[in-house]
Design a protein around this ligand. Structure first.
Ligand code: HSE
Length: 439
């Protein structure tokens, strides 16, 4: 009879508490599937006194994450505190150096220190498992690393932040404000402690950088990700998207291009009929495009305690089974430094919304500036908000929204054209630009 795997958990927030409960509830199944029992023997968190909805009877309380990580009585250290630095970093380093295996849901830490930690795991023989860091319950790390080990991956993209997708869905479907939707996402436990990580796109960037590393065999390069969040998306954009046959999603996209690996996070117009456009609420989806396979899409709950606990417990089960996968799919020495494709060279269609002066010649000026950059217009709509009845004060016409969809062009061309339009003073405010991703 093999002795049970002894687990120590640092962090007892929503996810930590759900992991303790899931291990207890699934004890028999886990033991059957892993070939040995799994037992939580010690935990630690910021406050011991805090009331928690979890049974900690018979489980020791460690005095700090570091003490737990180096406790000789545990074999597997589970880090669920979050944060890109200490105490999570030092505790994980200490656990790996003492030969223990580590399971974490910490995308910020893996995106920043993943290569260094993977090297420690490799040197000391422990596992470093982080399935829960990307897409919560969706087993996308394993799919890329093991399931597609023999396939050349050309593109990985998807909806990687539950909070943003939840906000965009409710804004579109219920006409609610951004602030109301964000408050609900926080109440439901989807959002980060600092929700700007969600809405400004950084959470998606961290997850994308981790996936890109596994997909392309490169060192994690979060700083190479181009990032834009969703806070500039206005109800007018969601309405226009609907009229034009699109839906707005915050996508993370990593793709091989002629000039290197492009990693980008930004609000994106996706065709309303595409499968990614059907992914609503807190659900995440990741599509993997590879040589010789048609795209594979994984869809599932991307945030929340139960969904994240599912992946954490699966990672613990792998440790119990004795699996020691290379964290990024190959030995650290074989991971290349990423060749970053400059964003200026990004090619694709664009949605552009301008608040234009409602005077003769404005549309011609805008069209000329786009033509100078060889940008071809697929559609252009100017809609007076009051059905053509101008309400401008003092005889001055009030600005009207002009919405353009371009055929494929480059980021550089769009930036230049819009700079020229701004200098021409035919628009007010900043142009709204949303990239389009077809299929
Ligand atoms: N805040 C994250 C999200 C949690 O909304 O997706 C899961 O990583």
């Amino acid at each position: 009879m093999v002795a049970p795997l002894k687990v120590g958990i640092a962090g007892l927030g929503t996810v930590g508490a759900d992991v303790v409960s899931l291990i207890e509830e699934q004890a028999r199944v886990l033991s059957a599937r892993s070939g040995r029992g799994i037992k939580v023997v010690a935990v630690t968190a910021r406050s011991k006194a805090k009331k928690r909805n979890v049974n900690l009877r018979g489980i020791a309380w460690a005095k700090s994450p570091l003490a737990l990580a180096t406790d000789p009585n545990i074999n597997c250290f589970v880090e669920l505190m979050g944060g890109a630095g200490d105490p999570a970093l030092s505790a994980i380093e200490a656990a790996l150096k003492s030969g223990k295996s580590v399971v974490t849901a910490n995308k910020a830490l893996i995106a920043k220190h993943g290569s260094k930690l993977a090297a420690l795991a490799e040197k000391h023989g422990g596992a470093l498992n982080f399935e829960a860091a990307v897409g919560a319950a969706i087993p996308v790390v394993k799919t890329l690393r093991e399931g597609l080990a023999g396939t050349q991956i050309n593109r990985v993209y998807g909806i990687l932040n539950g909070t943003c997708n939840y906000i965009l869905t409710r804004m579109e479907q219920e006409g609610l404000s951004f602030a109301e939707c964000l408050k609900d996402a926080q109440r439901l436990g989807y959002a980060e402690a600092n929700p700007s990580f969600d809405v400004d796109g950084h959470d998606t960037a961290q997850k994308l950088a981790i996936l890109a590393s596994i997909a392309f065999g490169t060192k994690v390069a979060q700083s190479s990700v181009y990032v834009e969040g969703i806070s500039s998306i206005a109800p007018a954009d969601l309405r226009a998207a609907q009229d034009l046959g699109y839906r707005v999603k915050l996508l993370g996209v990593a793709v091989r291009t002629k000039s290197g690996i492009e990693q980008r996070v930004h609000p994106t117009m996706v065709p309303r009929t595409s499968s990614i456009a059907q992914v609503m609420g807190v659900t995440n989806a990741v599509t993997i495009d590879g040589e010789g396979i048609s795209p594979i899409t994984l869809v599932g709950p991307g945030a929340g305690g139960a969904a994240t606990a599912s992946a954490v417990v699966a990672d613990i089960a792998d440790v119990a089974r004795g699996i020691r996968a290379k964290p990024f799919g190959r030995p650290i020495a074989k991971l290349r430094t990423i060749k970053k494709a400059p964003m200026e060279r990004h090619e694709g269609g664009y949605y552009i919304r301008l608040m234009a002066r409602d005077l003769a010649g404005t549309a011609a000026t805008i069209a000329t500036r786009l033509a100078e950059q060889k940008i071809s217009i697929e559609s252009i709509v100017q809609r007076h908000p009051n059905g053509g009845v101008d309400t401008g004060a003092g005889g001055k016409p009030s600005p009207v929204p002009v919405i353009l969809i371009t055929y494929a062009t480059t980021e550089d061309a769009v930036r230049r054209a819009l700079q020229a339009v701004q200098s021409d003073k035919v628009i007010t405010g900043r142009p709204q630009v949303v990239r389009i991703e077809k299929n």
